[in-house]
Write a protein that binds this ligand. Structure first.
Ligand SMILES: [Zn+2]
Length: 488
C-alpha cells in the first residue's frame, strides 16, 4: 500500500475515533448533568421546580438525545464508510467498537413525578340490581381485582352495594385502580340523615367506613313553556316528575290539565331539594308556583299556620283547596300523551252530554268531591258506571269503567278512586265519560268549579301570610326571569 494511502486511512481512522469520543463525552456529560440535578434536588429541595422542569425535558426527550447521539455515530460511521470506500483495502481498516450507555431518564423517577401530578379522575354512576363489584368498577372505568375482592368481602361495603339505584362516586388513579369510593343512600324516605359508605386506599390497603350526615335543604327555581306537552316542557326544565305531580295537584281544583292546558302555557316553580354532599337525593315540597294558561294566571304559595296542617294559598291569601277537583283523572305522564280514537258510536250519540277523558285502561277514576255513592253497576251504553251524590243537588257520573271499586251507599272522599278507566258499554276505545249534573242535568264542570269559594285566613293569619306571599312574589319573579333567559 502506498505511503500516502496508508497515511490517509490512518487519518480517517483517528478522525472517526475523535467523532466517537465526542459523542461519548456528550452522553456522559448529559448523564452527569442529570445526576448533578438529582444531587442538587436532595441538597436544595426548593429548587425542585427548576429541577423538575429540566428532568421533565430530559425524560420527555430521551429520543431526541439518543437520536442526536445516534446520528453523530451514524454520520461518523457512514462518513467513515464513504471515505474508506475510496481506499483500496477495506479489511485493513481498523474496527472501532464503542458502546455508549444512552440511558433514558430513570423510569422510577418518571413514575414518581407522575404521582406528584394528581391524575385521579372522578366518576359517578349508580348501583344496579344486576351489579357485581367487578361490573360496577368496570362501569366506573376501573379494572381493579383487588378492590373488587375487597368490596365483595367487606361486610359494610357488601351491605351498601346490595341495593340498586344508590349514587356512587369514585376516584381512580392512572392505572385505573380504585383510590376512593363513596356510596350514598337514605335508610328511609322520611330520613333527614343520609348514609355514606367510604372506601379509601391507604398505605395499609383499602379501608371501609360507614358515616351518617344530615342532608342540606336547598331551594331550586325553574320554569318552562309548554310547546307540545307539559311533560316535555318539564323535561326541558329538568323538573323531576315528583314536582310536576305536585304542581298539577296544587292547581288540580283550578286547572283541568287534560282539557284546558294550551300550547304556550308558562309555569314557574320554586321547590325544595334535599341534598347529600351537594347532590340532590330527594325532592321536597313545592314552595311557590305560578301557571299562566290561556291568558289566566294562577299562583300558589305554601303556608302553614302555627299548629295547623299547611296548605297552598293564592297570593292574596285564599286557600286553593276546593270542594271539587277540576278533573276526575289525575294528570300524569301516562295519561297526558294518551289520545282517544274518536269512534262512530260516540259521535252519533245524539245528545252527548259530558266530558270524555282519554286514558289507558286501568287508570284510576277519581271522585272529584266528597259524597255518597248513588249508583254502582251496569247501565246500558254507559257500561260499568258509578254515580256519586254530593251536596247541593250536585252529582257526578263516571262511565265505561273497566272496574268498579265502590258500592251503593258508600261514603267517598275527594280524590278517592271509585273505579278504573275502561271501555265497557257503547265505547270502542278506553276513556272515562264524565258528567257533572246539577238537579240531574249535565253542566260544564269548569263553571261549577270556578264558583266554589274557599274559606279565607283569619286576620292574624293574614298578617303572617303577607310576609310569606311577599317572598313568594319575589321568588316567582326570579323564576320567570330564569325561564325567559332560558327561552332566549
Ligand atoms: Zn262521553
Amino acid at each position: 500500500m502506498p505511503l500516502f494511502a496508508r497515511f490517509q486511512s490512518r487519518l480517517y481512522a483517528s478522525f472517526i475515533g475523535i467523532l466517537f469520543l465526542c459523542a461519548y463525552v456528550l452522553g456522559v456529560a448529559l448523564l452527569a448533568f442529570q445526576k448533578a440535578l438529582v444531587w442538587l434536588d436532595g441538597q436544595h429541595p426548593h429548587l425542585a421546580f427548576a429541577r423538575q422542569t429540566l428532568a421533565r425535558w430530559l425524560s420527555l426527550h430521551p429520543k431526541t438525545i439518543s437520536m442526536t447521539l445516534g446520528s453523530v455515530l451514524l454520520a461518523g460511521g457512514g462518513g467513515a464508510f464513504a471515505i474508506a470506500n475510496f481506499g483500496p483495502d477495506i479489511s485493513a481498516q481498523p474496527v472501532v467498537t464503542v458502546t455508549v450507555p444512552v440511558e433514558i431518564a430513570k423510569l422510577e423517577e418518571q413514575a414518581q413525578m407522575l404521582d406528584q401530578i394528581n391524575m385521579s379522575l372522578r366518576r359517578t354512576d349508580s348501583t344496579r340490581s344486576s351489579d357485581t363489584p367487578e361490573s360496577l368498577l368496570r362501569r366506573l372505568g376501573m379494572v381493579d381485582p383487588e378492590a373488587a375482592n375487597y368490596l365483595r368481602k367487606n361486610p359494610i361495603a357488601k351491605q351498601a352495594l346490595k341495593q340498586s339505584g344508590r349514587s356512587v362516586v369514585a376516584e381512580a388513579d392512572e392505572q385505573q385502580r380504585l383510590l376512593k369510593l363513596h356510596v350514598r343512600w337514605l335508610n328511609s324516605e322520611s330520613d333527614t340523615l343520609f348514609q355514606r359508605l367510604v372506601v379509601k386506599r391507604t398505605p395499609q390497603g383499602l379501608q371501609a367506613s360507614l358515616e351518617t350526615s344530615p342532608m342540606n335543604a336547598a331551594i331550586r327555581m325553574t320554569g318552562g313553556t309548554v310547546a307540545s306537552s307539559l311533560y316535555d316542557a318539564a323535561d326541558e326544565a329538568r323538573l323531576p316528575d315528583a314536582i310536576i305531580g305536585q304542581l298539577t295537584q296544587i292547581f288540580s281544583s283550578q286547572i283541568d290539565f287534560h282539557r284546558t292546558l294550551r300550547k304556550g302555557a308558562r309555569f314557574s316553580v320554586v321547590y325544595e331539594v334535599l341534598e347529600a354532599d351537594g347532590e340532590p337525593v330527594r325532592t321536597g315540597r313545592v314552595l311557590t308556583a305560578e301557571f299562566n294558561n290561556h291568558n289566566k294566571s294562577y299562583q300558589a304559595v305554601w303556608h302553614q299556620e302555627p299548629g295547623q296542617k299547611g296548605d297552598y294559598y293564592s297570593l292574596d291569601g285564599k286557600s286553593l283547596s276546593r270542594a271539587y277537583l277540576a278533573s276526575p283523572v289525575a294528570f300524569s305522564r301516562k295519561t297526558s300523551g294518551f289520545s282517544m280514537r274518536m269512534h262512530p258510536v260516540l259521535q252519533t250519540m245524539k245528545a252527548h252530554l259530558g266530558v270524555d277523558y282519554a286514558a289507558p285502561t286501568g287508570t284510576p277514576a277519581l271522585s272529584i268531591g266528597d259524597g255518597v255513592v248513588d249508583f254502582a253497576g251496569v247501565q246500558g251504553g254507559y257500561g260499568n258506571m258509578v254515580i256519586v251524590r254530593h251536596g247541593g243537588n250536585h252529582s257526578t257520573v263516571y262511565a265505561h269503567l273497566s272496574r268498579i271499586h265502590v258500592q251503593k251507599g258508600q261514603t267517598v272522599q275527594k280524590g278517592q278512586a271509585i273505579g278504573a278507566v275502561g271501555s265497557t258499554g257503547m265505547s270502542t276505545g278506553p276513556h272515562l265519560h264524565f258528567e257533572f249534573r246539577v238537579n240531574g242535568t249535565h253542566v260544564d264542570p269548569e263553571k261549577i268549579i270556578q264558583q266554589a269559594q274557599s274559606t279565607p285566613l283569619s286576620p292574624a293569619g293574614m298578617a303572617r301570610f303577607k310576609s310569606t306571599s311577599a317572598s313568594a312574589r319575589a321568588q316567582l319573579q326570579a323564576a320567570a326571569l330564569m325561564r325567559e333567559g332560558a327561552a332566549q
